[in-house]
Design a protein around this ligand. Structure first.
Ligand code: SF4
Ligand code: FES
Length: 233
């Protein structure tokens, strides 16, 4: 069937501002939006620029606005969004070219919360650091994050406040704060108790709606807030 793609284009070497270009491509209903973008790039205009890698919802590189909603292009079937599809870059970060945005502020926030195991316990020999099923369950949801930035770039607080660490960084902090093997809890709670941390969240739920992994982000943020309030960093 014919699919009309209206894609935001921007080449900083030629354009003063972004504009839309329209392409009509032949796709199957069960193709993904990423397949349609690939058709445009491979058959119509090789200059179209977007990130993608795994094409199976694992690497998190192809978050973009599809019909106004943050989605992974490789996880959206054309039959679910119709034959007139508008594709734009995610909001809140500088557009480098077409659908590619500068992710450095996103990863700076990620690094800020120390996304690695902090422990003085020596590593056990010949095996991994074990934890009980009950302890694993505490971080089961937030461990699913693939760092796609769909949540952070759907959050109106991050659009207007560059200092806010954003929901993805809090999700990643949550994954370590409640990890029974980690000893960096107070350190991370201190970071998130800062003016750029969890208190900037206004419980809007855009992040939860946007997450392609179905992570209960707002709930995780509220859990971190309560831990700071009732246990203290
Ligand atoms: Fe993407 Fe969800 Fe992780 Fe946010 S929490 S970066 S939306 S996977
Ligand atoms: Fe890897 Fe879509 S290309 S998540």
């Amino acid at each position: 069937m014919k699919v009309t793609l209206k894609i935001q284009r921007y080449n900083p070497e030629q354009d003063r501002k972004p504009h839309f270009e329209t392409y009509v491509v032949e796709q199957d209903p069960t193709d993904r939006v990423l397949d349609a973008l690939n058709t445009v790039k491979w058959q119509h205009d090789g200059t179209l620029t977007y990130r993608r890698s795994c094409a199976h919802g694992v690497c998190g590189s192809d978050a973009m606005q599809i019909n106004g909603r943050n989605r992974l292009a490789c996880k959206v079937l054309i039959q679910d969004v119709g034959t007139n599809i508008t594709v734009e870059p995610v909001l809140g970060f500088r557009v480098i070219k077409d659908l590619v945005v500068d992710m450095e502020p996103f990863f700076a926030s990620y690094r800020l919360i120390k996304p690695f195991l902090i422990t003085s316990e020596p590593a056990p020999t010949g095996r991994e650091r074990h934890q009980s099923q009950e302890d694993r369950d505490l971080i089961d949801d937030t461990s699913k994050c693939i760092l796609c930035a769909a949540c952070t770039t759907a959050c109106p607080i991050t659009w207007t406040n560059e200092e806010f660490v954003g929901p993805a960084a809090i999700v990643q902090a949550h994954r370590f704060i409640y990890d029974s093997r980690d000893q960096g809890k107070d350190d991370r709670l201190n970071i998130l108790n800062d003016r750029s941390g969890v208190w900037r969240c206004r419980t809007i739920f855009n992040c939860t709606d946007a997450c392609p992994r179905g992570i209960k982000i707002t709930k995780a943020i509220e859990q971190v807030k309560r831990t700071i309030l009732f246990e203290g960093p």
